[in-house]
Ligand binder design. Structure first.
Ligand SMILES: Cc1ncc(COP(=O)(O)O)c(C=O)c1O
Length: 405
């Protein structure tokens, strides 16, 4: 069978595969604990539901403009003004089917084959594959000091005449790191100086802890006219726990939004109108749900950190935001794919292998579930790996005997 070069270059998503395996096991009645998830468990905001049902009851569900309805754009404009202190025009905005599509069409709009895109590692799993889908080259940058906080010199060292764009994601998936204001300011001016696009993937920006706040990229830009190359991406997925609605957006210069809309128009056309309605409800409605989610996640993070700190050999880094803890399990196994499969197989705990995010030896543990899931999940992992734990473990009625150490 003949498959394109690009098609062949795209990796299967190991995270989706692991999720599927866990779902199959769960459907068979296996006592799975899901520490792999990338979606909060809170309910859809009531304002989203009301908005959605109002429209579906009308029975008039049609196409919308490719770049979103007028009302959707107004909601995004208000959001940008409120959280970024920046007033933009409707032509500066595109709504897409998730932040994922906004990032994808942005990359398709700006990249030529062989162009290079720099992003710090660890990174969100889709960045390298999205860049490859454009025939371009992903350039993950591992901070030389071994931390999760890239420095300007790490970026500069990877900059070439082929570099077209930089992607930053802060707070970061998978580490939860919030990059310093100084770093963001330096990257913004580096991009302006070298005429590079800067994609700011801010989808976790309201899910931060201990009063920390990620930098507002616009604050550091000298040029905010229609030549600005900043592309700001956001979404209802994480902050409103609306992953299934698939609505995200980008804010950028008018010319670029026009090109992104042309591309999106031939891919999916406008995002589903019902989902836009629901997203408008969430963005313009009561915001207390975001704060209560943030508080729950902060508490979950504290419980997870507490448990991991009492786990010999595991080195977790305290996240400042998101709902992930990225922990170094390399003293137990340097191969994170093998370790993750082992934990699912032996103690039915789903974790995400760090190699998928560009760093082997680590596991990404999600704090989206209940406190019980976190406590029991870490307990099971500890039992499976730590020689000092008793030889037997009960999961409900089931007795497990450790016969692999
Ligand atoms: C960093 C990052 N960007 C983008 C996305 C995609 O978000 P959406 O659900 O809006 O497509 C995710 C989802 O996991 C993510 O973690």
């Amino acid at each position: 069978m003949s498959i394109s070069i690009i098609g062949r270059s795209i990796e299967e998503s190991a995270t989706l595969l692991l999720n599927e395996t866990a779902a199959i096991l769960k459907a068979k009645g296996e006592p799975i604990i899901h520490l792999g998830g990338g979606e909060p468990k809170s309910r859809t905001p009531i304002d989203a539901i009301t908005s959605f049902t109002g429209l579906i009851n009308s029975g008039e569900i049609r196409y919308t403009p490719v770049d979103g309805t007028v009302e959707m754009k107004q909601a995004i404009i208000r959001y940008t003004e409120e959280y970024y202190d920046r007033k933009v025009a409707p032509e500066n905005v595109i709504a897409s089917s998730g932040a994922k599509q906004s990032i994808m069409v942005a990359l398709q709009a700006i990249l030529d084959p062989q162009d290079e895109v720099i992003f710090p590692a660890p990174y969100w799993v889709s960045y390298p594959e999205m860049v490859k889908l454009c025939g371009a080259i992903p350039v993950p940058v591992h901070p030389e000091d071994g931390t999760f906080y890239p420095r300007m010199q790490d970026i500069e060292m990877n900059f070439t005449s082929y570099t077209k764009a930089i992607i930053l994601n802060s707070p970061n998936n998978p580490t939860g790191a919030i990059y310093s204001d100084e770093f963001i300011a330096d990257v913004v001016s580096f991009c302006e100086k070298n005429d590079l696009y800067l994609i700011m993937d801010d989808i976790y920006h309201r899910l931060c802890f201990n009063g920390k706040k990620p930098a507002n990229c616009y604050k550091y830009a000298k040029n905010l006219d229609e030549n600005s190359k900043i592309i700001l991406v956001n979404s209802v997925s994480k902050q409103y726990a609306m992953t299934g609605f698939r609505i995200g957006w980008a804010v950028a210069n008018k010319k670029l939004i026009e090109v992104m809309s042309n591309i999106q128009g031939h891919q999916t056309a406008g995002p589903p109108v019902l989902m836009q309605k629901a997203a408008i409800g969430a963005i313009t409605g009561v915001q207390s749900g975001v704060e209560s989610l943030r508080l729950t996640l902060e508490n979950n993070r504290n419980v997870m950190m507490d448990r991991l700190n009492g786990f010999d050999g595991v080195r977790p880094t305290k996240p400042d935001g998101t709902f992930y803890v990225f922990a170094d399990f390399s003293p137990y196994d340097k191969n994170s794919t093998r370790l993750s499969k082992f934990l699912l197989d032996k103690v039915r705990v789903l974790t995400m292998p760090g190699i998928e995010f560009g760093l082997d030896g680590y596991l990404r543990l999600s704090t989206c579930g209940s406190i019980n899931d976190i406590i029991e999940g870490i307990e099971r992992i500890k039992w499976a790996l730590d020689l000092n734990s008793p030889n037997e473990l009960y999961i409900g009625e089931r007795k497990l005997v450790r016969d692999w150490l």
